[in-house]
Design a protein around this ligand. Structure first.
Ligand SMILES: [Fe+2]
Ligand SMILES: [Fe+2]
Length: 197
């Protein structure tokens, strides 16, 4: 394990480039470009996609804010006021989202389509890795925010450490969100929200 990454496991969240082909049969029937036009997209599936887009948006906003600060386009005080509440919201919402998926949706979906069970196990494991990354993210973010009042060297060191953690979290999340959508949206389109129980 390097940094929580399992280098021997091709399905590790930080190594894989997508889900294995046997889990993507429904995606072949319902490719992404057909989702928006499908009747069953309304309701649960579109709500899911909107939540994911919100996480992508906030992740991008945080990354952009850090870049602005590091490249001296914002000062420390303006940056902290903008960044801290958004990061807190991001971390809390993500935790809540994963809990609902783990406790409610994944078991329901895995029961509805037992051939996808392995896929939900992969996503569930991702959540644990993302959770660890979230905790590390919060720790380095707090160290970073504390360092804003210190000398230049410390500020820079803390900003670099945080930027690296944030980049890692955003990359893990991007992979996870795409894979989750590839597994779940075609299933909802195929069965209909009410056919899933
Ligand atoms: Fe998830
Ligand atoms: Fe999700």
């Amino acid at each position: 394990m390097v940094n929580g990454m399992n280098v021997d496991d091709p399905l590790d969240l930080e190594r894989r480039t997508g889900l294995p082909a046997d889990l993507l049969k429904l995606l072949e029937t319902y490719p992404r470009e057909t989702w928006a036009g499908h009747d069953n997209i309304h309701g649960l599936a579109s709500m899911w996609l909107q939540r994911h887009d919100m996480f992508r948006d906030i992740g991008g906003t945080l990354t952009g804010a850090i870049a602005d600060y590091r490249e001296e386009r914002t000062d420390a005080r303006v940056f902290a006021r903008f960044f801290a509440p958004r990061l807190e919201f991001f971390l809390a919402q993500l935790n809540g989202h994963h809990q609902v998926e783990d406790m409610h949706y994944f078991p329901v979906f895995a029961r509805a389509e037992s051939r996808l069970k392995r896929g939900f196990a992969i996503l569930d494991r991702d959540h644990h890795l993302i959770h660890e990354a979230l905790e590390l993210n919060a720790e380095t973010a707090n160290a970073f925010l504390r360092a804003l009042g210190e000398d230049e060297d410390r500020r820079r060191f803390a900003a670099d450490a945080y930027a690296a953690q944030n980049e890692r979290l955003v990359a893990m999340l991007a992979r996870h969100l795409d894979d989750e959508e590839d597994l779940i949206v075609p299933l909802i389109l195929d069965r209909g929200e009410h056919g899933l129980g």
